[in-house]
Design a protein around this ligand. Structure first.
Ligand SMILES: *[C@@H]1O[C@H](CO)[C@@H](O)[C@H](O)[C@H]1NC(C)=O
Ligand SMILES: *[C@@H]1O[C@H](CO)[C@@H](O)[C@H](O)[C@H]1NC(C)=O
Ligand SMILES: *[C@@H]1O[C@H](CO)[C@@H](O)[C@H](O)[C@H]1NC(C)=O
Ligand SMILES: *[C@@H]1O[C@H](CO)[C@@H](O)[C@H](O)[C@H]1NC(C)=O
Ligand SMILES: *[C@@H]1O[C@H](CO)[C@@H](O)[C@H](O)[C@H]1NC(C)=O
Ligand SMILES: *[C@@H]1O[C@H](CO)[C@@H](O)[C@H](O)[C@H]1NC(C)=O
Ligand SMILES: *[C@@H]1O[C@H](CO)[C@@H](O)[C@H](O)[C@H]1NC(C)=O
Ligand SMILES: *[C@@H]1O[C@H](CO)[C@@H](O)[C@H](O)[C@H]1NC(C)=O
Ligand SMILES: *[C@@H]1O[C@H](CO)[C@@H](O)[C@H](O)[C@H]1NC(C)=O
Length: 367
């Protein structure tokens, strides 16, 4: 499970320090700081950094997987994640496991459609992160603002964080949407990952996706897109301003446009907490489909729970369901009329990985 308590705020504090003083480099979980950029010619320092470099590569079958190594101190193949991605051939028949050492990689990363079967393996979501700071303004639209953008199929990430550290939008801000990752390919899976941002953190854009034991932080619409995704045992943390009388955030904005599309978000055994006064979801498009099951909800959830974006026509077509949830925020007594309290039969299709046809693809990823 995700570590509780102070690890995450501590990590954020370290990131803030990194962003303001770009010569500092994170060193493993001890958070020691080197001034390594000034030592390019200093053989001793350089060697001592790499002497302690002992990558814990997983055991792989070289006939199905190749390992590429990324270390920001230059101790192995690549110093940036993008350089490793660039080195992978188009439509490689085998998986490329990109092993990424602890540290902060301040870069924008794109995995193009021509590179399926890529894995990002970090050393823990509080110690390995890919970070950038574009927002909708700086990148000509929310959809291009992602620190990481994946357009290929069969992408996997383990034990790594994706962050956007653009300034958190104030009330009424325009153009401040800042995506941490855009997942635009089918059959992607995330284990033990972190997603950090404010407005529009996780762009679950399209395709079937799986998230297990992930930490997802944001304020407005922080899981959004038109994906068909299962989120299991995830922590969803709102950073919307505390003490607000009006609603100032939403967990989801699912963007299903028609009945014919096959998409929806299912959250199972999750935990919704943090600050602010938020909705579970807003109907970005008319057939927006979201279910929360067996999930704990703190008192930050507004009693009506959900929002139709002031378009009553959507009330007929959106599918918002809750099943066997707990916590003060899960009280359905004052929910909007279109919200469904699902019975066992209705909930069943959303409760396990069959929702995303896992038997066709996810099983082979699990090791
Ligand atoms: C020393 O550091 C430089 C730059 O970070 C890197 O290119 C080089 O490979 C390093 N040398 C060794 C022996 O690790
Ligand atoms: C990465 O480094 C290892 C060990 O130095 C080497 O055997 C391998 O060929 C390198 N891989 C790439 C893609 O450069
Ligand atoms: C890989 O595919 C991209 C996109 O189709 C193409 O632009 C590029 O030239 C290809 N690279 C190689 C080495 O074939
Ligand atoms: C992914 O890799 C597997 C082998 O591990 C291969 O069978 C499959 O064709 C690859 N998928 C794609 C889309 O290249
Ligand atoms: C993630 O890291 C934890 C702690 O270091 C480790 O126990 C776990 O096996 C890792 N998980 C994956 C999927 O790499
Ligand atoms: C985005 O650009 C608009 C128009 O220039 C400006 O009003 C707004 O403040 C900008 N937003 C951010 C977050 O920079
Ligand atoms: C309902 O949620 C509780 C935890 O609050 C869990 O123990 C129980 O198994 C759940 N029931 C079903 C039918 O999933
Ligand atoms: C669950 O709800 C559906 C739709 O309202 C209904 O048709 C079905 O009979 C219910 N099933 C149970 C077990 O209550
Ligand atoms: C998911 O649940 C359905 C309905 O209970 C069941 O038929 C299916 O085998 C389950 N799938 C998995 C992967 O457990």
């Amino acid at each position: 499970m995700y570590p509780k308590g102070m690890y995450v705020p501590l990590f954020i504090a370290i990131v803030a320090i990194f962003v303001s003083t770009s010569f500092m480099v994170l060193d493993h979980l001890t958070f020691k700081v080197h001034r390594s950029h000034h030592h390019h010619d200093d053989k001793k320092t350089n060697q001592s950094i790499c002497d302690s470099f002992t990558p814990n590569f997983p055991t792989i079958d070289p006939s199905t997987t190749s390992i590429l190594c990324v270390d920001h101190n230059g101790c192995c193949n690549f110093t940036t994640v993008q350089a490793a991605v660039d080195s992978v051939g188009n439509f490689s028949a085998i998986r490329s496991l990109i092993w990424i050492n602890s540290g902060i990689y301040f870069e924008k990363v794109i995995v193009p459609k021509s590179k399926p079967n890529i894995t990002f393996q970090g050393q823990g979501y509080t110690s390995t992160a890919i970070i950038y700071n574009d927002n909708a303004n700086s990148s000509h639209g929310t959809f291009n603002s992602g620190s990481v953008q994946v357009f290929s199929t069969n992408f996997i990430a383990k034990n790594i964080s994706f962050m956007n550290v653009a300034p958190v939008p104030g009330p009424g801000a325009v153009g401040a949407q800042a995506v941490a990752i855009r997942i635009g390919g089918d059959q992607a899976a995330f284990w033990g990952c972190g997603f950090f941002g404010a407005q529009d953190t996780l762009h679950d854009d399209r395709g079937r996706h799986y998230f297990k034991e992930c930490y997802i932080q944001g304020s407005i619409d922080f899981v959004f897109g038109n994906g068909k995704s299962l989120y299991e045992n995830c922590q969803l943390t709102s950073i919307a301003s505390p003490g607000s009388r009006s609603i100032n955030g939403a967990v989801t904005a699912h963007g299903r446009a028609s009945k014919e599309e096959d998409s929806g978000f299912a959250f199972v055994n999750c935990n919704v907490g943090g600050t602010g006064r938020i909705w579970l979801g807003r109907a970005w498009r008319p057939f927006s489909t979201v279910v929360f099951a067996n999930t704990f909800m703190a008192d930050i959830i507004s009693p009506e729970g959900w929002n139709d974006l002031n378009d009553p026509l959507r009330d007929q077509t959106i599918f918002y369901g809750e099943y066997n949830c707990s916590g003060v925020g899960s009280n359905m007594a004052q929910r909007a009329f279109y919200v469904q309290r699902l019975n066992d039969t209705q909930a069943l299709p959303f409760l396990n990985s069959s929702f995303i046809d896992a038997d066709l693809w996810l099983q082979s990823f699990s090791n």
